[in-house]
Ligand binder design. Structure first.
Ligand code: SAM
Length: 235
């Protein structure tokens, strides 16, 4: 039976090059690899899961979809489930940016031979962008979309010897997304800005200390970075 996946996962699938192989780390139900094989995006996939429940769901899904010849479900932590050179694309989707960063850092020796990373942090995309920049992965595209009142970012990277350093605002907002004037981008950052402004007001009332001053400075930086991009897009 052909599988239907969320708009978010479909957008992730758009960035997986056709004709290669993929590993989906933290695959849960293995919806993404099943969709990619059924739609001839990849011929071979590995679905990695660290937790037993999702691992079993993935096994069931692959079996019910009769895709056991194309998709291997493996139980293990992060990139431990793949060998170097085994797949051309690695996807890590639906987790926090810091967890994605940790998985990449811990398993970076497994990324030799990987030609593309498709990463979809639910929050904290800046941690992912920083890791990519520090580890010679060049951002080649980004996307942002809204589904069920949640806003998701997708970051796509390829290995490169010439990685252009991102400034702090680009790390936070995304160098591609900054220039896109996407309604989901404006909505996300307006929401965040409202939160930061609320926190800033509370910090103004707190007893002064170096720590409070640092937090205020960081929030002001973020508010100004977002304002300048959103205002530029509106004018
Ligand atoms: N990737 C799917 C998606 O985007 O819809 C599932 C996302 S689900 C919210 C996150 C999954 O990542 C969970 O099934 C969890 O067990 C798994 N996970 C968390 N940490 C992991 C790790 N270090 N290695 C492998 N899987 C992990």
């Amino acid at each position: 039976m052909s599988i239907s996946i969320s708009k978010r996962l479909m957008k992730v699938a758009d960035y997986i090059p056709t004709g290669g192989s993929m590993a989906d780390i933290g695959s849960d139900h293995a919806y993404l690899p099943c969709y990619c094989v059924q739609n001839s995006i990849v011929t071979k996939a590995i679905a990695g899961e660290v937790n037993d429940g999702p691992y079993r769901s993935a096994c069931t899904q692959v079996k019910n979809s009769e895709l056991e010849g194309n998709i291997e479900v493996r139980l293990g932590d992060g990139l431990d489930v793949i060998a170097s050179g085994e797949v051309s694309t690695v996807v890590i989707a639906g987790m926090g940016g810091q967890l994605i960063q940790n998985i990449l850092e811990k398993g970076k020796n497994k990324l030799t031979g990987v030609q593309r990373l498709v990463l979809q942090p639910n929050v904290g995309a800046r941690f992912v962008r920083s890791w990519l920049q520090e580890n010679n992965w060049k951002l080649i595209n980004e996307a942002i979309l809204e589904e069920d009142d949640k806003i998701y970012e997708i970051v796509v990277a390829e290995p490169s010897d010439t990685v252009k350093p991102m400034d702090k605002a680009e790390l936070l907002l995304g160098p591609f997304l900054i220039n896109e004037n996407n309604p989901a981008f404006k909505k996300k950052w307006k929401r965040e800005m409202d939160n930061w402004e609320r926190v800033l007001t509370q910090l103004e009332r707190a007893l002064p200390s170096n720590e409070i001053e640092d937090k205020k400075k960081e929030l002001l930086f973020r508010i100004n970075a977002v304002k300048s991009v959103v205002d530029k897009a509106t004018n």
